[in-house]
Design a protein around this ligand. Structure first.
Ligand code: AMP
Ligand code: TRP
Length: 338
């Protein structure tokens, strides 16, 4: 039977071990979307090469990310989950689409400006690579090759999505209406802040003390939450970002009763930060235990997990190959036999 649910595509880079910011801000949503959409999710290892990285670590980080996603509930029975570079058609389409993308459009991408000026890229021995510059074309190819209608991403990726639509439009204008114009699927997701510095986003690039990792040992999770920054400076009438972030985390963990009770304490001026932290730590530890158990079960019961990842990538490749066949014909390239 043909799948008639609208198609969703999204990707995540295998750059660091997953933390609760990624989980609540993106992956939890991926898991929920599987019920209503035909979802195709990718661990985008080609994208991870655009910033300085350690080649010896990329392969294992990529496979780990696939397993971590499955431990979080991304289910190969319900979606297609694959490794981007196992579908080389993505790069072939990137080349073709680069001939439909203007240099000026790429220059306007704020992520390129930010990343090319970042300390890491500016370090001696590193370069601002062309890969970093053409990154958004590869992203457009990821989405368009599957003719996805919706792309769940955060606000920071909206500009890339707009570019993907422009590329699709330009291509359709020169040939025929072929690509679907992908739209951002905006869902209410919390933006979580660093516990150590609530003026900043929870992000691995700031350092390990700024994130709580999904598979972190319990004692370490509890320690980080306990030492979370709450108030800085003189007391004001509005809730400080650190305290608001702890409430946000509690809600994200699904601890609604605790959230309500502690919020009442706060409003009455009776809130003990230690109680709030204890509840947040319990919520994170409960979830983390689930993830750790599922990961253990996955890696133990399914020795052939790599086999499974390759099989899922072949599924994605079958779709991608069909698109490439049609696109080559449209743009005037010989149609390949295989
Ligand atoms: P990154 O690891 O920063 O590339 O992020 C991967 C995904 O997780 C993206 O969809 C981000 O929007 C999301 N994400 C990362 N950090 C956070 C955070 N602190 N709060 C909410 N979402 C986040
Ligand atoms: N650029 C995205 C990010 O950093 C990752 C990504 C690559 C992506 N290809 C994609 C997201 C296609 C959505 C669709 O978060």
């Amino acid at each position: 039977m043909k799948n008639t649910r609208p198609r969703v595509f999204s990707g995540i880079q295998p750059t660091s071990e997953m933390h609760f910011g990624n989980y609540f801000g993106a992956i939890k949503n991926w898991v929920e979307l599987q019920e209503k959409y035909e979802c195709i999710y990718s661990v985008v290892d080609y994208h991870a090469m655009t910033m300085p990285y350690i080649p010896g670590e990329l392969q294992s980080n990529t496979m780990n990310m696939v397993i971590d996603l499955m431990a979080c509930g991304v289910d190969p029975e319900k979606c297609v989950l694959f490794i981007q570079s196992l579908v080389p058609e993505h790069t072939e389409l990137t080349w073709i689409l680069s001939c439909y993308t203007s240099y000026g459009e790429l220059q306007r991408m704020t992520q390129f400006k930010d990343k090319s000026e970042s300390e890491k890229v500016q370090e001696k021995g590193n370069i601002v690579s062309t890969g970093l510059f053409t990154y958004p074309i590869l992203q457009a190819a990821d989405i368009l090759i599957y003719k996805a209608e919706y792309v769940p991403v955060g606000k920071d990726q909206e500009q890339h999505l707009e570019l993907s639509r422009n590329i699709a439009n330009r291509f359709n204008g020169r040939h025929e209406i072929y690509f679907k114009e992908p739209r951002v699927l905006l869902t209410e997701v919390p933006k979580l802040l660093s516990l150590a510095d609530p003026a900043k986003k929870m992000s691995k690039s700031l350092g390990d003390q700024h994130v709580v990792r999904l598979f972190e040992p319990e004692a370490s999770i509890r320690k980080k939450v306990k030492s979370a920054v709450t108030d800085i400076g003189p007391k004001t009438d509005t809730m400080s970002p650190g305290v608001a972030n702890l409430f946000e985390l509690l809600k994200a963990c699904g601890k609604m009763d605790e959230h309500k009770a502690l919020m009442e304490d706060y409003n009455a001026g009776l809130l003990k930060y230690s109680a709030l932290k204890e509840n947040v730590a319990n919520g994170l530890v409960d979830l983390s235990k689930q993830f750790i158990d599922r990961k253990a079960a996955l890696t133990e019961s399914n020795r052939d997990i790599e086999e499974q990842v390759h099989a899922m990538s072949d599924k994605a490749r079958a779709i991608a190959k069909e698109t490439i066949r049609e696109v080559r014909d449209l743009v005037g390239l010989p149609v390949r036999r295989h």
